[in-house]
Design a protein around this ligand. Structure first.
Ligand code: PEP
Ligand code: MN
Length: 353
């Protein structure tokens, strides 16, 4: 349940409320909105009706609202205002659409640096690239590991662009977080709860992809693992789900974008590369995602998609990425936003570790 505090309530009344919740063996988290402060009561107890009654009588309490949905901290009821994740002077979840682009996997220095330069020149503000790659087959390329992280960091310094990269296991969270600006959790790990706990202990941005067979509720509950440990710099990513269709690699669930905005305050990024698996579908689905309100895109771009070690079939070459960026601007404008521009942003990129 949520405890909505009165507008004119003070610190002491708030602290009495959180203290009372603690006495019942439960935890709290606060949302300080522009209008009101809300206290989320986290955990379960059979004494919930007694706690509710007691809270309702406390000074400073406007109302106590029972929450029927299983997810709480990620819900709009708890926090009506959008979460805006800030990295340097880039804001994700505000009125700029943020484009992240780069290869599926970091392959070598020349590949990642030339891609960083090309995607930045075309208007991307964040470079993507996997160093630890989840692979359906153990015989396929599984990434360069820490060597790949070093190359990404090198590209960031040299080109002046932020980076996002995936972490595959709880034991590597600290290592990956040391190098990257945004920690990516992939579809196959959406319900790796040990990994989610570690990501929740970080104090840096995390992007949580939707499990390929996860419902929106399961996805928000996974987000809840991260939020409930105090990491609020969280964004979600729709990357396509499994359906009966085999023409596309996944079915890009565009409806998830406005659905997430309706249910949650968290920013939502769209990944039409994994969402379709086909490079020629990436541009139309990117436009559709931004039209549906996506706060950003993550796009696979490779200097030579035909020789890519991973996901070449869904990767745009530099020219096609440039064309996509040109088409995106009017769609963002039609939704009252603009595409975040990398111009003038370097060297303000402050990398906080
Ligand atoms: C990726 O972005 O490189 C990736 C592996 O994506 P997903 O987890 O969505 O398959
Ligand atoms: Mn990929």
């Amino acid at each position: 349940m949520f405890v909505v505090m009165k507008k004119d309530s003070g610190k002491e009344e708030l602290s009495n409320v959180t203290q009372r919740v603690k006495e019942f063996g439960l935890a709290t988290q606060l949302a300080h909105g522009t209008e009101r402060t809300v206290v989320a009561v986290l955990g379960t107890t059979t004494a919930l009706p007694d706690l509710r009654e007691s809270l309702e009588l406390m000074p400073g309490v406007e109302e106590v609202v029972p929450i029927t949905k299983p997810y709480k901290l990620s819900s709009r009821e708890f926090q009506p205002e959008n979460t805006v994740v800030k990295i340097g002077d880039i804001s994700i979840g505000g009125n700029e659409v943020v484009v992240m682009a780069g290869p599926c996997a970091v392959e070598n220095e020349e590949q990642i640096i030339s891609t960083a330069q090309a995607v930045k020149a075309a208007g991307a503000v964040i470079l993507r690239g996997g160093a630890f790659k989840p692979s359906t087959s153990p015989y396929h390329f599984r990434g360069l590991g820490e060597e790949g992280l070093r190359m990404l960091a090198q590209a960031r310094e040299k080109v002046g662009i932020l980076i996002i990269t995936e972490v595959l296991s709880a034991k590597d969270v600290e290592l990956v977080a040391r190098y990257t600006d945004i920690v990516q959790i992939g579809t196959r790990n959406m319900q790796n709860f040990a990994l989610l706990d570690e990501a929740g202990d970080l104090r840096k941005p995390v992007m949580l992809k939707r499990g390929m067979s996860a419902t929106i509720q399961e996805w928000l509950l996974a987000a809840e693992y991260i939020l409930s440990r105090g990491n609020h710099q969280l964004m979600l990513c729709e990357r396509g789900i499994r359906t009966f269709e085999t023409y596309t690699r996944n079915t890009m669930d565009i409806s998830a974008i406005p659905a997430i905005h309706h249910l949650s305050h968290l920013p939502i990024i769209a990944d039409p590369s994994h969402g379709t698996g086909k490079w020629h579908l990436v541009t139309p689905l990117s436009l559709a995602a931004v039209a549906a309100g996506a706060d950003g895109l993550i796009i696979e771009v490779h200097p030579t998609p035909d020789t890519a070690l991973k996901d070449g079939a869904q990767s745009l070459n530099f020219d096609n990425f440039k064309r996509l960026m040109a088409k995106l601007a009017p769609v963002a404008e039609a939704t009252g936003r603009k595409i975040a521009s990398p111009l003038g942003r370097c060297p303000e990129f402050v990398h906080e570790r």
